[in-house]
Design a protein around this ligand. Structure first.
Ligand code: KG4
Ligand code: ZN
Length: 330
C-alpha cells in the first residue's frame, strides 16, 4: 500500500510518501523557522501564508523523490489537528484537492499519533508500551495496549515541556526555538542553581509553569543585584530538573503497566540530556527513540500513523474540518 501524507499544523510544510507505513520513500520538510525567528516565536498569520507559498512545491518534490506515479497512491493521510487552525487548513485543503483530483481516499490523522508513530519507522512497536510525549504543545504519558489504542495516564496541568524550554531560552536571550540551544548549553554547564520541586508526588501529572517562573525570577533578581549569571549552569539546572521528572514518571509507568517497550515522541524527544538519562536508567525494557529527523514536525510520521489507523479502522473520512480528534485518550 502506498500512502501520501501531509503535515502543516505549525511552522513546517511537509509531504511524505511511504510503502506499507514504515518504508519511507520521501519526506520533504520545508521549515519556516527562519521567517519566525525574528518575532521570537511562530506568528500564526505568517505561518498560514508561508504554507500557501510552499505547499505545491513540497508536494511536487515529495512525488519526484519517491519516484512513484500518482495513480499508485492508495491513501492520503493528513494532519487534521491539533495545531494552528490557519496552518492546518492549508494542508487539509491541499490534501483534499489532491484526493478529489485523483480520486484517492483520504483520512485525517491526529498530530500526536503521528509523533508517537515516528518510532515505528525505527522498530516495530511491541505492546503494551509506554510512550512519553514531549512536544511544544503536549506533555503526556500514554499507554498503548495495541496498535492505535491510546490511553492517557497523565499530562501537564499547565505548560508543555517544549514551551517551558522556549520560555527559558527567551528569558536569557537565546532565540527561537530555544529547546535545542538550552540542550546544547546544558551539556557544558553544571546544575548549580537550585530549582523548585516539580515532582507532584506519585501522580502521572506534570507541571512546568512553576519552574518557568522560577527561572524568570532568578534571572531578574541576579540582574538587579548586578550578579553574574552563568547561562550554561542555568540551562544545566533547568534541564536536570525537568528531565529527572520525565524519566522518574516514565519508569514508574513502565513498572506499573508491565510495559514491553518504552518510546518517546515530539520535538523534545531530540533532547540529548533526556536521551542520555533514558539510555542510562531504562535498561530492562526495549527502548526506542525516533531518529532526529522524525522528532520535530514532519509528514513521514503522519503517513505511518495514517497507515496503522487505516489498518485498524478500515475507514476513510470526508475530511470536513469539523470532525473531533481521533486520538481517543480516555
Ligand atoms: O513536536 P514539535 O516539533 O512541535 C509541536 O508539535 O509542538 O516540538 C517543538 C518543540 C519546541 O518547543 C522546541 O524548542 C522543542 O520541541 N525542542 C527541543 C529540542 N529540540 C526541539 N527541546 C529541548 N531539547 C531539544 N534538543
Ligand atoms: Zn509536533
Amino acid at each position: 500500500m502506498i500512502v501520501l501524507a501531509v503535515e502543516s499544523s505549525c511552522d513546517e510544510t511537509s509531504v511524505s510518501i511511504n510503502r506499507n507505513g514504515t518504508e519511507i520513500l520521501s519526506n520533504v520538510v520545508l521549515s519556516q523557522i527562519d521567517v519566525h525567528k525574528r518575532y521570537g516565536g511562530v506568528v500564526p498569520e505568517i505561518a498560514s501564508r508561508e504554507h500557501i507559498k510552499g505547499v505545491t512545491m513540497v508536494f511536487e518534490e515529495a512525488l519526484k523523490e519517491a519516484d512513484i506515479e500518482v495513480k499508485d497512491i492508495d491513501l492520503i493521510a493528513v494532519t487534521k489537528g491539533p495545531g494552528l487552525i490557519g496552518s492546518l487548513l492549508i494542508g487539509v485543503n491541499a490534501a483534499k484537492a489532491f484526493s478529489l483530483a485523483n480520486n484517492i481516499p483520504i483520512i485525517g490523522v491526529h498530530h500526536i499519533a503521528g509523533h508517537i508513530y515516528a518510532n515505528a519507522i525505527s522498530e516495530p512497536l511491541q505492546f503494551p508500551l509506554v510512550c512519553l510525549v514531549v512536544s511544544g504543545g503536549h506533555t503526556e504519558l500514554i499507554l498503548m495496549k495495541e496498535h492505535y489504542d491510546f490511553q492517557k495516564l497523565g499530562e501537564t496541568m499547565d505548560d508543555a515541556i517544549g514551551e517551558a524550554y522556549d520560555k527559558v531560552a527567551r528569558t536569557v536571550g537565546l532565540g527561537y526555538p530555544g529547546g535545542p540551544v538550552v540542550d546544547r548549553l546544558a551539556a557544558t554547564g553544571k546544575p548549580n542553581y537550585k530549582m523548585p520541586d516539580i515532582s507532584l508526588g506519585k501522580s502521572y501529572e506534570f507541571s512546568f509553569s512553576g519552574i518557568k517562573s522560577h527561572v524568570i525570577n532568578l534571572v531578574h533578581n541576579l540582574k538587579q543585584r548586578n550578579e553574574e549569571l552563568v547561562i550554561e549552569d542555568l540551562c544545566a539546572s533547568f534541564q536536570e530538573t525537568v528531565t529527572e521528572v520525565l524519566i522518574t514518571k516514565s519508569i514508574r509507568a513502565i513498572k506499573e503497566y508491565d510495559a514491553k517497550m518504552f518510546i518517546i515522541a515530539g520535538g523534545v524527544a531530540a533532547n540529548k540530556g533526556l536521551r542520555k538519562k533514558i539510555a542510562e536508567r531504562i535498561t530492562d525494557v526495549k527502548v526506542v527513540v525516533p531518529e532526529f529527523q522524525y522528532c520535530t514536525d514532519n509528514a513521514a510520521m503522519i503517513g505511518v500513523a495514517g497507515y496503522y489507523q487505516f489498518q485498524k479502522e478500515q475507514r476513510v473520512d470526508d475530511m470536513s474540518l469539523n470532525g473531533s480528534s481521533r486520538l481517543n485518550l480516555n
